[in-house]
Design a protein around this ligand. Sequence first.
Ligand SMILES: NC(=O)C1=CN([C@@H]2O[C@H](COP(=O)(O)OP(=O)(O)OC[C@H]3O[C@@H](n4cnc5c(N)ncnc54)[C@H](O)[C@@H]3O)[C@@H](O)[C@H]2O)C=CC1
Ligand SMILES: O=C([O-])CC(=O)C(=O)O
Length: 306
Amino acid sequence: MKVTVVGAGAVGASCAEYIAIKDFASEVVILDIKEGFAEGKAMDLMQTASLNGFDTKITGSTSDYSKTAGSDIAVITSGIPRKPGMTREELIGINAGIVKSVAASLVEHSPNVILIVVSNPMDTMTYLAHKVTGLPKNRIIGMGGALDSARFKYRLAEALEAPISDVDGMVIGGHSDKGMVPLTRLATRNSVPASEFLSEERLNQVLEDTKVGGATLTKLLGTSAWYAPGAAVSGLVQAIACDQKKIFPCSVMLDGEYGLSDLCIGVPVVLGRNGIEKIVEINLSDAEKAKLQESAEGVKATNGLI
Ligand SMILES: NC(=O)C1=CN([C@@H]2O[C@H](COP(=O)(O)OP(=O)(O)OC[C@H]3O[C@@H](n4cnc5c(N)ncnc54)[C@H](O)[C@@H]3O)[C@@H](O)[C@H]2O)C=CC1
Ligand SMILES: O=C([O-])CC(=O)C(=O)O
């Protein structure tokens, strides 16, 4: 199993590190345009192999896509991150050009690749990857919901004063400050609805804190987050590589599902060796449907800018 990670920056390196530590891939290639940067990150990570106990071979490349040839999965993290006070949508001007050329180069060298798009604004960059590559729908996956759901569980556990392993919850919709739809109605603590433990007001606070999860970290760090994003990507890569058939909310091209078409937005999907093996249509309440619709309108407006 060969995995390429484009972008050796904060998210790309974290993602490569988590993939290596989980030790399911034979090879990880990191590629960046900054001369020597990917090679340096790869060497540094390889020097953790004997310490962390993995056999994954990590190599770096400066813009040489021939080294990525034959990749089964490729992750696109190349592009600029936001600074405090910015929205993800404001990154579109620079990142659209980067994602366009990177996606085309990846597919040229690995025609059977499954693409995972991370660069922001992620739903629109995923849509752009479809337009550029023409790959089948099951082979382009946007990563946002897995991260947003992890942040939702963090906030739920905090409110419930419970261990995170005891809580479950999912975020669908666009990966944006306004567009996320945390499904508080379906959140649970060990199968018991979270609403049995928390007031409506406290659950709403959890929802609001989840939606601004990325912005909160950007304000604290001065740039956007990387540990949880890297871990979330590695979870998707592992589900595909190991044919796990796990459900994650991912940004995928919809064709009538949830009453939406011609956009990529976060909905639950089953991930396995073929990429997106099924889009799972869950019964949403009228209020949740309205929020998803509103989120879709936001994503479509951003898509209009490419
Ligand atoms: N979807 C999600 O949940 C998340 C998305 N992001 C997004 O991921 C992207 C990367 O974030 P960071 O790693 O923090 O940024 P970073 O600045 O640390 O790293 C980006 C890397 O991309 C490289 N790069 C730029 N153009 C390239 C090209 N044409 N080909 C190859 N490499 C190129 C840069 O040299 C740099 O090393 C940002 O757009 C950020 O908003 C970040 C966190 C979560
Ligand atoms: O907040 C950002 O800009 C980066 C990102 O998408 C996240 O961490 O959720």
